[in-house]
Design a protein around this ligand. Structure first.
Ligand code: ADP
Ligand code: MP5
Length: 530
């Protein structure tokens, strides 16, 4: 009999990564995907198919469930497990796929090798466009939910899986290695598993100690994306793994991007953990609050607030790309005086912007966010300003503060002085977000530019991955602040964001306005005023 930790054979050469079948719904994206959970039942409702159905529904999916096993369990432990005849599972699966187009499958507790064979055969025949496998082995309570001998069956199932979501114990068992002692070791194991089986791996670090709960999405080609969330101080973690994987499967069918799906699911899970105590279920590890967004209908869900603000600043985004400054910068025809003016104003702006980021750091509710903003403030001074000064040494120019710069920094400082944390975050965000968008587009244009470009080295640094990542974090922080805040605070955030977005347009327009003569025009400062 195999023990849990004996070594599985690694494949000699990695199989090709699995792709969704052509023209599949995964590629098109469906708003209400039909998601099938193949898992065990938890009658206390926190884990297994019950958790999956809630997680799928909470994300707008149509949930279906085929039962592999029935457990008698509650929040304190698993009392017994009953596995119905596998022929009956095969019938359930057949009944569903004969009638219904399945957009995604989430697989949870399978229990025995026979169950795995039935599921593997069915997957090989039906080839659903999204398959997420949560390799359930042990419940939160410590009770075993998989026969040790079934591990080989699990490895074979990886052949039909797009994403596998092991916790650190499950990852070690799948590889036949000792359990990782820290996140770096777990990441190394995730890379091995992904490469050996040509599958994407979501390494979950929830069981490792630390203030942060780290997860990493590891692709079979070695690409890694790390996701982090503050550890919620709660005993109510029953069903976190089930719920996360079911949410990711649903989101993947909607969005067609694993990293986006994991980010959304993790952010949803954090609030479900934070509000789990409101449910008051059981004496042990209670369930998470799957429907927190539905039940608190006044609060925006996930990224709804940032998406709304992004749409609301469409006029400003279009205006930026229509400006002579941006068009000429992209084409390489921008006059060096205009470029120098922009650099000088940006340098002046950044030194105040850094102070406002430091204010966000001072107001931040968690150490992680405090560090994030402090890092941004430092980066502004050390990296960005140094870069500007270096460029400015080649383009001497007037270093006096221009009118747009003055209005923009006055606005930021006003919010920093009297605004809430959410308002300060919303005020500083357009500088990240619109700059990242401009950078992305200009960098793309630059890559297709043939010949010598006078601003080539500047544009080459424009689309910086770290900056794009920081922008995503800043957006997520704003969404979290919006969810926590009152409707009144969200109005303040919306106004702060809108003013800054308009000043971004004016800022890019300022060099031409300056050289064309301010006096000849009506003052081109923010249409919204400040
Ligand atoms: N206390 C917590 N606070 C925030 N996130 C958590 C907490 N515990 C677990 N998570 C997250 O829940 C998910 C499940 O992780 P984990 O507990 O490692 O797996 P499993 O539930 O399968 O044992 C991961 O995204 C992990 O980061
Ligand atoms: C039927 C069933 N499936 C899975 C789990 C694991 O869930 P968790 O590890 O999150 O408690 C469980 N306890 N019961």
């Amino acid at each position: 009999m195999e023990t849990l930790l004996s070594a599985p054979p690694l494949l000699d050469s990695p199989p090709p990564a699995r792709e969704a079948s052509p023209g599949s719904r995964q590629q098109r994206g469906v708003s209400h995907p039909r998601v099938l959970s193949i898992a065990g039942s938890d009658p206390s409702g926190g884990a297994g198919i019950q958790a999956d159905i809630k997680a799928i529904s909470a994300h707008g999916g149509y949930a279906m469930a085929a039962l592999t096993a029935l457990t008698a369990q509650n929040t304190t432990g698993v009392h017994s497990v009953h596995v119905p005849p596998v022929a009956f599972l095969a019938e359930q699966l057949e009944a569903i796929s004969a009638d219904i187009d399945i957009d995604a499958v989430k697989i949870g507790m399978l229990g025995t090798a026979e169950v795995m064979t039935v599921v593997g055969d069915w997957l090989a025949r039906t080839r659903p466009p999204v398959v997420v496998l949560d390799p359930v082995m042990v419940a939160t309570s410590g009770d075993e939910l998989m026969a040790p001998a079934a591990r080989q069956g699990l490895l074979r199932l990886l052949e039909s899986t797009h994403l596998v979501t092991p916790n650190i114990l499950e990852l070690a068992v799948l590889l036949g290695q000792p359990q990782a002692k820290n996140f770096d070791e777990a990441l190394g194991q995730g890379l091995q598993l992904a490469a050996a089986h040509g599958v994407a791996v979501l390494v979950k670090g929830g069981h490792l100690p630390g203030e942060e709960c780290l997860d990493a999405l590891v692709q079979h080609d070695g690409t890694v994306e790390v996701f982090t969330a503050p550890r919620v101080d709660t005993p109510n973690t029953h069903g976190t793994g089930c719920s996360l994987s079911a949410a990711v499967a649903t989101l993947q069918a909607q969005k067609g991007d694993w990293a986006v799906s994991v980010r959304h699911a993790k952010s949803w899970l954090s609030v479900a953990l934070e509000t789990a105590h409101e449910l008051n279920v059981g004496e042990g590890a209670g369930p998470i609050n799957h429907f927190h967004a539905l039940w608190d209908s006044a609060a925006p869900t996930l990224d709804a607030f940032s998406q709304q603000l992004w749409q609301e600043c469409e006029v400003q985004r279009e205006a930026i790309f229509g400006l002579d400054f941006i068009k000429e910068l992209a084409a390489g025809t921008l006059h060096s005086d205009h470029f120098a003016y922009y650099l000088a104003q940006d340098a002046l702006y950044l030194s105040t912007y850094s102070r406002v980021l430091a204010r966000a750091s001072a107001l931040a509710p968690t150490e992680v966010e405090q560090k994030f903003w402090a890092g941004g403030a430092q980066n502004c001074l050390e990296v960005e300003l140094a870069l500007h000064r270096d460029w400015l040494s080649h383009y001497p120019t007037d270093m006096r503060q221009g009118p747009v710069t003055k209005h923009y920094v006055d606005h930021l400082q006003g919010v920093a002085f009297s605004g809430s944390y959410g308002e300060v975050v919303a005020a500083v965000l357009p500088c990240y977000w619109l700059y990242a968008e401009v950078g992305r587009v200009l960098h793309q244009d630059y890559l297709s530019f043939s010949g010598e470009h006078p601003y080539g080295t500047w544009l080459a640094t424009y689309a910086d991955d770290d900056f794009a990542q920081a922008t995503e974090t800043a957006v997520a922080i704003m969404d979290a602040a919006a969810r926590r805040g009152s409707a009144r605070e969200r109005e303040g955030m919306r106004a702060a964001f809108a003013h800054s977005a308009q000043y971004e347009v004016d800022f890019f327009a300022a060099p031409h306005s300056f050289f064309d003569g301010w006096a000849a025009k009506s003052a081109p400062i923010g249409a919204l005023g400040d």
